[in-house]
Ligand binder design. Structure first.
Ligand SMILES: O=P(O)(O)OC[C@H]1O[C@](O)(CO)[C@@H](O)[C@@H]1O
Length: 488
């Protein structure tokens, strides 16, 4: 761990650069000093959560005290939620799909989708499904569904899979795995699209072999989920969203890992990165603890300076889904009407997705000249595995010739730095997470840092970061509306 003014760097090279968020005219040492007791209490509460799973005031959807266990997930130990046996079973499952199943369709929404999409984007990239089997090392193609109920896309997905079955030279049966992920086991979006696709593929001509695996709450008895019951009845392989792991923290559990093993993603490195971050965040020294510091700076930026919007702006296309994952994490964790004593506080920063450099040509105007209500959180990748040099393709065109010789990553990072500097020169808060490379390990560090940050901020703001009562309001209206539709 190294600390320079305005930066924390872990031994892996992962770094949090907060120079444009902390200093005079920004969040400053007086602000931090003013909440020092709360910071100490927040740290003690996070430590207690890690040791026992207890979080003061946290209740489940049914109003029962519920433990919070996501901090256990990076540690693969006998008896833990991720154990050597469960990880071995996951890997075997992944290998069983290799050179066997042609396509996986992963059904899920919210926490049962967003993290999986991140792992897919980082591990496989945009063109995975267009690659040949050899390039995919025999792993299946991977599609997502259930993250909406879009009639056109769902129909086109069925059409596409049946086309693939017709045209793929597979010397035999075309095999598809439908991976149904839902903690509650009955989410409308996930289950409706699953049934549409399941039914259509079962009836496809030529015949498609449809396999199903389910990921859901493993509870038995009265608490058994509909999906669990169905899986047991049908004999589908079952994986768990363990008790105490909410959807938005479940990327480190079998929810994220099961989709990941289907494409050969390095889940060991991913969990090792999360573990390293957890270890780095055990210190009570805020200047060495990236999660505590990130939470404190963002909390103070909102409370003292009105920065109530967080623009999450990675530089790189495949990181867009990280921003989308973060939107759910921040919105559901911290967007809360009341504090833990029931007082109305209407808390939470509004998260926004932006991608550099794309959104410098769309949103940056607003970030630079609009209301001073934002913190822009950048992500920089320090070393790109492949990094084309801009060629001098048209030497006669002087303006183009000036670009020549630079690597794309140099241009990309110069653009990020210019953006950060321009914002900062006008007193607009921003910070940067620097990942040495875009890989499973550093992704584990980043996602875990963000998850732990919201736990700290929940303590600082005294809100329950682990419930989501607001999403029940529309669900109470939707149920009767759907029933009425049956009568029409
Ligand atoms: O995994 P499930 O139970 O289908 O829920 C999906 C998502 O729906 C929510 O409950 C509400 O949007 C999220 O918290 C959750 O990630």
């Amino acid at each position: 761990m190294s600390k320079q003014a305005g930066e924390i760097t872990l031994p892996s090279g992962f770094s949090f650069d907060y120079r444009h968020l902390y200093g005079e005219q920004m969040v400053n040492s007086r602000d931090i000093a003013a909440i020092s007791e709360r910071l100490a209490a927040a740290h003690a509460a996070v430590k207690h959560m890690r040791a026992t799973g207890e979080v003061r005031g946290h209740l489940s959807k049914d109003g029962q005290p519920e433990r919070v266990l996501f901090t256990q997930l990076p540690y693969v130990r006998p008896g833990n939620l991720n154990s050597p046996a469960s990880i071995a079973r996951l890997k075997e499952f992944g290998q069983s799909l290799q050179n066997n199943v042609h396509a996986i369709i992963s059904f899920g929404i919210g926490g049962s989708y967003l993290g999986n999409k991140v792992l897919f984007d980082i591990g496989c990239g945009e063109f995975w499904n267009s690659k040949g089997t050899e390039e995919r090392r025999g792993y299946p193609k991977l599609y997502f569904s259930g993250n909406n109920m879009d009639p056109r896309r769902t129909a086109e997905l069925i059409e596409h899979i049946t086309y693939e079955a017709r045209t793929t030279a597979c010397h035999g049966t075309y095999r598809v795995l439908l991976l149904v992920i839902s903690k509650s086991g009955s989410t409308l979006d996930t289950m409706s699209t699953f049934m549409v696709v399941y039914d259509a593929l079962k009836k496809a001509n030529p015949a498609i072999e449809v396999q199903v695996a389910a990921v859901t709450d493993p509870a038995a008895g009265a608490a058994e989920t509909l999906l669990h019951k169905l899986a047991v009845e049908q004999g589908w392989p079952l994986f768990s969203v363990p008790d105490g792991v909410g959807g938005r923290f479940s990327v480190f559990s079998e929810v994220g890992l099961v989709t990941a093993v289907g494409t050969g993603f390095d889940i060991d490195a991913f969990l090792a990165g999360a573990r390293a971050m957890d270890e780095a965040c055990r210190t009570d020294d805020i200047w060495s603890n990236p999660a505590m510091l990130n939470a404190a700076l963002k909390y103070l930026a909102a409370a003292r300076y009105g920065r109530n919007i967080e623009v999450f702006m990675p530089y790189g296309d495949y990181l867009k889904s990280v921003a989308e994952w973060y939107v759910q994490l921040l919105a559901e964790s911290l967007g809360k009407r009341t504090d833990r004593s029931g007082r109305e506080v209407l808390y939470g920063r509004t998260p926004l997705v932006a991608v550099g450099t794309t959104d410098m040509h769309a949103q940056t105007q607003q970030h630079q000249d609009g209301q001073r209500d934002k913190v822009v959180q950048f992500i920089k990748i320090a070393n790109w595995q492949t990094d084309p040099v801009i060629p001098d393709a048209f030497p006669a065109a002087a303006k183009l010739s000036q670009m020549a010789g630079l690597r794309l990553s140099q241009a990309l990072d110069a653009a990020r730095e210019a953006n950060a500097e321009a914002l900062s020169q006008d007193g607009r808060f921003n910070a940067t997470f620097i990942l040495p490379a875009m890989n499973a390990y550093h992704l584990g560090e980043l996602l875990y840092l963000l998850a732990l940050s919201v736990a700290y901020e929940g303590e600082l703001a005294d809100v329950d970061a682990f419930d989501q009562p607001g999403v029940e309001a529309y669900k109470r209206l939707l149920g009767p509306m759907l029933k009425q539709l049956h009568g029409k």
